[in-house]
Write a protein that binds this ligand. Structure first.
Ligand code: AMP
Ligand code: GLY
Length: 422
């Protein structure tokens, strides 16, 4: 098969690495890719949010199957555009991708099918939203969310009424997120441990991926600002097999069945952000794609052919698919640029990747580029170093042994990835 992967981060490098191991693949392209994906795929450069360009490329290269890494092309309808031309794609339609692109859509679906989630109200008016927050002054913190996509920055967990009002004003009046903030959701703050449950689904059948947990805060001990994710591990010991099954059946399957009933079947990868509360698991958010860096901790543990899995998903034929997993742990440490998740510089030379790989660690590229024959930093999250082990401790040691070999100016990373699982 000729396969095309869209995207350019650490997740896509891990996807290219895994897919290139399948005997089913005759040719692999990654657009736009990065120097890491170039090890396994042919990189091509064009705008992946331009549906017509993606379709044209697939036709001219006779692509058999497309896997979409990031959410943006999906929320712009790339699946619909490809399927209109009979090109197979593992990813949800425009309508179904609203599970990520509209928090209001998601809340309404969850409400219609009685799926546990934080109680909420929707607002488009600053005065009404402000009054509502005042009425909840005894129940702080409270969560303010922009309805639409805001590059992961559209959620504010406000500890005071003032902070909540500032967030409301940023979204509704100052239009910090543009049209994504035309409407906002104000919801109850849930307490508990947060886990990621990622499934593959063809709209009817569900195939669960291994459990995982990421570390969203920038600094050790879950301090500092929120990031895209500073590391991850798989499996997540807090998710017992029983709890994993409960989340799959009582939350995710109900949503998948609901989407099908409403004639917008969800096909592809669905990432459920779940809070394990004292009253049971509740949905925090959905992503319509693999997690990054969760994918980098999950995929190295998958024994089965990943291409068979994504192809069966695209063909809506998951009924008989059962995945085999390695019985081990995997830890992924993100190496970031100085300043990330705030402003950061790029163009810093990176050394030591080969030495890191010699320790047995896997190294995935996230924000890297080639400049004058040298590998340099080109993003906030630069590299992902992955270690495996028979237990969490061993996986942590193996990951950090790799990390110790890599250097670039300003490099920072968390020293406590995986410790929550010890
Ligand atoms: P979202 O954009 O909905 O994915 O939210 C991003 C992050 O904000 C989540 O991963 C949680 O850590 C946090 N969050 C969102 N909603 C809530 C909530 N209702 N209670 C507590 N934390 C939340
Ligand atoms: N690591 C969280 C995400 O991919 O959204």
């Amino acid at each position: 098969m000729k396969i095309l992967i869209l995207g350019s981060g650490g997740r896509e490098d891990a996807l290219c690495w895994k897919i290139s191991q399948s005997p089913k693949v005759s040719k692999l392209y990654c657009v736009p890719g990065n120097p890491g994906t170039a090890r396994y795929a042919e990189n091509r450069a064009f705008d992946i949010t331009d549906n017509a360009k993606v379709v044209e490329f697939c036709k001219s290269e006779k692509i058999d199957l497309v896997l979409v890494g990031p959410e943006l092309p999906l929320t712009r309808g790339v699946t619909d555009a490809l399927e209109k031309e009979n090109i197979k794609v593992c990813g949800p339609s425009y309508a179904a991708a609203r599970l990520e692109s509209s928090k209001i859509f998601t809340k309404e679906i969850l409400g219609r099918y009685n799926v546990p989630t934080a109680s909420f109200r929707i607002f488009d008016n600053i005065d009404k939203a402000g009054k509502y927050v005042e009425s909840k002054a005894e129940e702080l913190p409270i969560v303010i969310k922009a309805d639409g996509l805001a590059q992961g920055k559209g959620v504010v967990v406000a500890k005071t009424v003032e902070e909540a009002k500032a967030a409301i004003e940023d979204m509704l009046v100052k239009r910090k997120f543009g049209a994504a903030g035309n409407n906002i959701v104000i919801e109850k703050c849930l307490k508990g441990e947060e886990v990621s449950v990622i499934i593959m689904t063809d709209g009817t059948n569900i195939v669960p991926m291994a459990s995982s947990q990421d570390h969203k805060r920038a600094y050790d001990g879950d301090e500092g600002p929120n990031t895209g994710g500073m590391g991850a591990y798989s499996p997540a010991p807090v998710l017992t097999e029983r709890m994993h099954g409960k989340i799959e059946e009582d939350l995710l399957r109900v949503v998948i069945d609901g989407m099908r009933k409403e004639e917008m079947p969800y096909k592809g990868i669905l990432y459920g952000g779940i809070m394990l509360t004292a009253k049971g698991p509740k949905i925090l958010e959905f992503n319509v794609r693999f997690g990054d860096p969760e994918a980098q901790a999950i995929l190295p543990r998958l024994k089965s052919d990943f291409v068979e899995l994504i192809n069966a998903t695209a063909e809506k034929n998951l009924a008989s698919v059962i995945l085999e997993w390695e019985n081990n742990f995997c830890v992924c440490v993100v190496l970031a640029s100085a300043g990330y998740p705030g402003e950061y510089q790029t163009g810093k030379e990176i050394t030591g990747i080969e030495e890191a790989e010699k320790t047995g660690a896997l190294v995935f590229h996230a924000g890297t580029a080639m400049k004058d024959g040298k590998l340099v930093t080109a993003g906030g999250r630069v590299l992902n170093v992955v270690g495996k082990g028979r237990d969490v401790q061993e996986a942590i040691e193996n990951a950090y042994r790799g990390v110790a070999k890599i250097k670039f100016e300003g490099m920072h990373y968390r020293k406590d990835i995986g410790h929550k699982a010890l």
